[in-house]
Design a protein around this ligand. Structure first.
Ligand code: GCU
Length: 340
């Protein structure tokens, strides 16, 4: 099914080149795949990117956006970007660690104490730059990061107010070893699967719940099935926009500059829309879908998963420096907040 879709996308591009009886001048198509709905901040950011790029370089480029896993799961789409079969995609930092272990650092639970620290770290090129461009030899680099809020647990029949509430529960996690290990430490049973499968798995009772931000309740309908959402705030995992090196290297210097501006517009638009959409999602989940929210003490969760920090640093000593940079950044942000 997935291979057929890709062939279809490629065939569509060829048709655009040799459309009708005459050979027509072809625009270069920039194909971008993501796994969110077309109402999601990520899609809204992509549309702003499309508008900007086509406004500046519309004679030469056409941007086509494929939402809702139309081009496959995030892992499939990263692979397509690596080979240059598509130009760009959005992937959660969780699955990026399967392409390069350095990304594990941003998947650590309770790494960031507040959204302010999270944003300050992700916006600091000295911290994220080497990781974002460190995949060049694998055929792609990260060109922007997107907000995906905080991840929290939601189950079909009870709240997760203490780690014990996860005991014996089959909980969907993203396909990443760090997330599987996190669930183990919390005492639940980790069930890794792609995002698109979660709704059906929950409905069929294959899993007892999942963990994600509030938009999963509304945009993906998870709140239809899971009515107990607990703010465990265990992770702030960014999404990353990645671009194929084959595509980037073909751009002229002037074009590259325009694209870099486009990436910033995409990032800014997505992050601004995020704030608003999360509020809307929570409100809708609570009032229309009748999802209930709980606000547990996060200390026992934190304590249970903290050994994972050390485990990851021991296995990846080169990440120690990044970890320290994050600690320093956190201190600086807190100091600044206290002075205000
Ligand atoms: C969030 C995130 C996605 C990710 C999804 C998941 O929605 O933004 O990038 O794929 O969670 O849990 O798989």
């Amino acid at each position: 099914m997935f291979k057929r879709l890709i062939k279809c996308v490629l065939a569509m591009s060829v048709l655009m080149i040799f459309g009708g009886t005459n050979v027509v001048y072809a625009k270069e198509i920039i194909r971008i795949g993501h796994n969110q709905s077309s109402n999601h901040p990520t899609h809204i950011g992509m549309e702003a990117f499309k508008e900007y790029i086509e406004g500046e370089l519309g004679d030469k480029y056409e941007v086509q956006i494929f939402p809702s896993e139309l081009l496959g799961t995030q892992t499939n789409m990263v692979q397509l970007t690596q080979t240059g079969a598509i130009e760009m995609t959005v992937a959660s930092n969780s699955i990026m660690e399967t392409f390069n272990p350095d990304f594990q650092i941003f998947n650590l639970p309770y790494l960031f104490e507040s959204p302010e620290i999270y944003h300050a770290v992700m916006n600091d090129d000295a911290i994220v730059g080497p990781i974002f461009t460190g995949t060049r030899d694998s055929g792609f680099i990260v060109v922007a990061w997107l907000d995906a809020g905080t991840r929290n647990f939601y189950l079909t029949d009870h709240f997760v107010d203490q780690p014990e509430d996860l005991r014996g529960m089959k909980v969907r996690v993203q396909q990443s070893p760090t997330n599987v290990r996190m669930m183990e430490l919390l005492g639940g049973s980790a069930t890794p699967m792609g995002f698109g499968e979660v709704y059906t798995a929950m409905q069929a009772g294959v899993i007892d719940g999942a963990e994600n931000n509030e938009l999963a309740l509304t945009e993906n309908g998870h709140g239809d099935v899971a009515k107990y959402y607990s703010y465990t705030l265990h992770q702030m995992i960014p999404d990353e926009v990645i671009a194929s090196v084959k595509f980037l290297d073909k751009l002229s210097e002037e074009e590259r500059e325009i694209f870099e501006k486009g990436f910033l517009i995409l990032q800014k638009t997505q992050q601004e829309s995020w704030q608003e959409k999360v509020k809307e999602a929570k409100d809708h989940a609570e009032n229309a879908m009748k999802v209930e929210f709980s606000y547990p003490d996060i200390a026992p969760f934190r304590e249970a998963v903290l050994p994972l920090h050390q485990e990851v640093l021991d296995k990846n000593p080169s990440l120690r420096q990044v970890y320290e940079q994050i600690e320093q950044k956190a201190e600086a942000v807190e100091k600044e907040q206290n002075n205000d």
